[in-house]
Ligand binder design. Structure first.
Ligand code: ZN
Length: 396
C-alpha cells in the first residue's frame, strides 16, 4: 500500500476543481501526479476529434509518469471529474518520494512494463492483421492534400445560413473560463464543457456520439478574437513556432472577411464559421489529412442536423477523401481498436456515397478476432451481411 498521508507531507500538493484540465494530449510535461483524493477522467481523441473517456482514476492511482521519466509528450488528456487533490512529483522531489515510498517505485515499474507489453501485443496484432493491397507502398509518405479550395469568403459553394440556435438546456453543461492564445499570447474568454455531466445517449454506426440534451460539437472550436487563430479546444495549445507568424498574417486578412463573435445562445451559423476557420488555420501549414478529415466529418454531422442534404453529401465526400488518404498514406501510431474504428468509419463513409464494394472491403478489414473490440466486430458483421444481400440483388 502506498502511504498517501506520508506522501502528502512531502509537499507539491495541488487542487483541481471539477472539469479542470491537468493537461492535454500532446502537451509537453515533466510531472507525474498521484491522486490523494478525488476522481479524474482519462480521454483520448476519438476519430471524429472529440474527447473519448477511456478510463477513470481514483485515490491512490497515478498518471503522467512517462512524461516525468522519459520526457515524453502526454499520451492522453486528463481532467478532474470532481474536486481532486493530487501530489505532484517532478525531478526535484522524485528521489525523496521514492526513498520514502519504495513500493511506489515498484508500482510505477509494473505499470510501465504492462504498458510496454500491451504496446508490443498491439504491434504484433497489427502486423498479423490483413491490410488492403493499396497499403504498404507509401507508408509515411508526405501528404499530397491540396489546400482547401475557397471562394472569396471562407465557405464552400452551397453553404447557406441556417436558423438554428442552441437551447437553454446546453447551459448546465457549460461553464465560463479563460484561455491564453498560444499565437498572440493574449487571454480570451471561452466556453468549457463539463465533461463530468455529459450522458451518452447513443452512438451512430458512423461513431458519432449523441449526448443527452447537449451537442459538444457546437463548442469544440475556440477562436482567438485578437488574432483569429482557431482550433479544436483539445488541440488549441498545439501550434508550432513556425506557424505562428503565418497565422498572424492570415488573421489580418480574415478579419476583413468574417465576424467571429459567438452569440449567447450560440447560433449554428457561428458554429459552421468556427469549423471553416479551423480549415483556414490548417492552411497556414501543411494540411494534414487526419486533421482535415476530422473537420469534414464533423461538418457533415452538423449539415445533417440542419437537413442540408447537398452539403451533407459534399462534406461526406471530403471526409472520405481525407480519411482514405490518412488511412493509406499516413503512418499511424494507433491501437487495434482505433484502427478498427477508422476502417468502420471508412466503410460508413463509402456507404454514404454509395460505394458498396469499397464499403464491404473496409468492413471486412475492420474485423479483428484477437484483441479486437467485439461490439465493433459485430457492427461490421451486420453491415457485411446487409451489403452482401444488397450487392447480390444489384447483380441479378
Ligand atoms: Zn490570438
Amino acid at each position: 500500500m502506498v502511504d498517501i498521508a506520508a506522501l502528502a507531507r512531502l509537499g507539491g500538493v495541488r487542487k483541481y476543481g471539477t472539469d479542470e484540465m491537468f493537461f492535454h494530449f500532446g502537451d509537453p510535461g515533466h510531472e507525474m501526479f498521484i491522486i490523494l483524493k478525488g476522481h479524474v477522467g482519462v480521454y483520448i481523441n476519438s476519430l471524429d476529434g472529440s474527447p473519448l473517456q477511456v478510463a477513470a482514476l481514483k485515490d491512490g492511482d497515478f498518471f503522467g509518469e512517462m512524461s516525468l521519466l522519459e520526457n515524453m509528450p502526454r499520451s492522453a488528456t486528463i481532467s478532474a471529474l470532481e474536486d481532486t487533490v493530487c501530489l505532484v512529483i517532478d525531478e526535484s522531489n522524485f528521489e525523496q518520494v521514492i526513498a520514502q515510498q519504495p513500493s511506489l517505485a515498484f508500482r510505477i515499474m509494473k505499470g510501465m512494463s504492462n504498458r510496454l507489453r500491451q504496446q508490443n501485443e498491439e504491434l504484433s496484432f497489427l502486423k498479423q492483421g490483413s491490410k488492403p493491397e493499396e497499403d504498404g507502398a507509401v507508408a509515411g509518405a508526405a501528404s499530397t492534400s491540396a489546400p482547401v479550395p475557397l471562394s472569396s469568403d471562407i465557405y464552400p459553394p452551397g453553404h447557406k445560413s441556417y436558423p438554428l440556435s442552441a437551447t437553454s438546456a446546453h447551459d448546465i453543461y457549460l461553464f465560463d473560463s479563460e484561455t491564453l492564445c498560444p499565437v498572440c499570447d493574449k487571454k480570451f474568454p471561452v466556453k468549457m464543457v463539463r465533461s463530468s455531466k455529459l450522458r451518452l445517449d447513443k452512438i451512430d454506426p458512423d461513431l458519432r456520439q449523441h449526448f443527452h440534451d447537449f451537442e459538444p460539437l457546437w463548442y469544440a472550436a475556440w477562436i482567438c478574437p485578437h488574432c483569429y487563430y482557431t482550433n479544436f479546444n483539445f488541440e488549441f495549445k498545439q501550434v508550432s513556432d513556425a506557424l505562428i507568424k503565418k497565422i498572424i498574417e492570415q488573421g489580418q486578412e480574415l478579419k476583413s472577411k468574417v465576424k467571429v463573435d459567438f452569440s449567447s445562445p450560440r447560433r449554428i451559423d457561428e458554429v459552421f464559421t468556427s469549423y471553416y476557420m479551423i480549415l483556414q488555420t490548417l492552411q497556414a501549414g501543411k494540411v494534414e489529412p487526419t486533421k482535415s478529415a476530422k473537420i469534414w466529418l464533423r461538418l457533415s454531422w452538423l449539415y445533417s442536423d440542419v437537413e442540408d442534404e447537398e452539403m451533407f453529401n459534399y462534406t461526406s465526400e471530403k471526409a472520405l477523401e481525407a480519411y482514405s488518404e490518412s488511412y493509406f498514406n499516413t503512418r499511424r501510431n494507433t491501437s487495434v481498436e482505433q484502427d478498427q474504428r477508422l476502417t468502420i468509419l471508412l466503410g460508413e463513409l463509402c456507404l454514404r456515397v454509395n460505394q458498396k464494394e469499397e464499403a464491404l472491403k473496409h468492413f471486412r478489414n475492420s474485423i479483428v478476432r484477437k484483441g479486437g473490440n467485439n461490439n465493433l466486430n459485430r457492427q461490421a458483421e451486420d453491415r457485411i451481411h446487409d451489403l452482401r444481400i444488397a450487392l447480390s440483388e444489384e447483380n441479378t
